[in-house]
Design a binder for this molecule. Structure first.
Ligand SMILES: [Zn+2]
Length: 185
């Protein structure tokens, strides 16, 4: 646990379940997260080892929370932290990675689904504004030749304006008030 030598994370998904594999210093930590347990049908399940394993997993995951957006966010966060820590090798980062890992396992296997859903909703409340800001940034870059995005000074709504250099007045389509826009390039 002193340092993380290498790590990789993999998200495999199929119709039945998703799971992630973490490899930390040759210790393999398998984190399984099942979302859809409906595939579990005892009658026409393949009797292979993998089928048996899936069956057991599905039975184990029944009534447990599984994966959500917060889970995947923590997964990516952990992956990034491990990557950073493979260079820095700080004990505090090591502990953080393990704490997040334990939290992820705890949440996935938790039977208190209501509480876990509340946690996820709290996370999404923070995440969605960040996501929309990022996506607006990419749209602005994509449309840099044709459009400019400016906020209306009266109603604060974001307006998509055709690119016209110089200073000119714009009428907001939402509040119908005029305001000046300066476009340098
Ligand atoms: Zn306006």
């Amino acid at each position: 646990m002193q340092y993380l030598f290498g790590c990789f994370s993999e998200i495999l998904s199929n119709n039945s379940f998703r799971y992630s594999i973490f490899v930390v210093n040759n210790d393999i930590i398998l984190i399984m997260a099942s979302k859809n347990i409906s595939f579990y049908r005892q009658s026409n399940q393949r009797r292979s080892t993998m089928g048996n394993f899936r069956e057991k997993l599905a039975r184990f995951m029944y009534g447990r929370y599984g994966a959500d957006q917060l889970y995947y966010c923590l997964l990516i966060l952990n992956f990034v932290l491990m990557l950073i820590n493979s260079f820095l090798r700080l004990a505090i980062l090591d502990i953080t990675v393990w704490a997040i890992l334990i939290l992820m396992i705890y949440r996935t296997f938790s039977r208190n689904i209501y509480k876990r859903q509340l946690e996820n909703q709290k996370f999404l409340k923070v995440w969605y504004p960040i996501k929309s800001k990022f996506s607006l940034f990419f749209v602005r870059v994509k449309e840099i030749r044709t459009n400019r995005y400016r906020r209306c000074t009266h109603c604060k709504s974001m307006l998509r304006l055709p690119r016209r250099t110089g200073k000119h007045a714009v009428t907001c389509p939402r509040c119908h008030k005029d305001f000046d826009v300066r476009v340098l390039l």
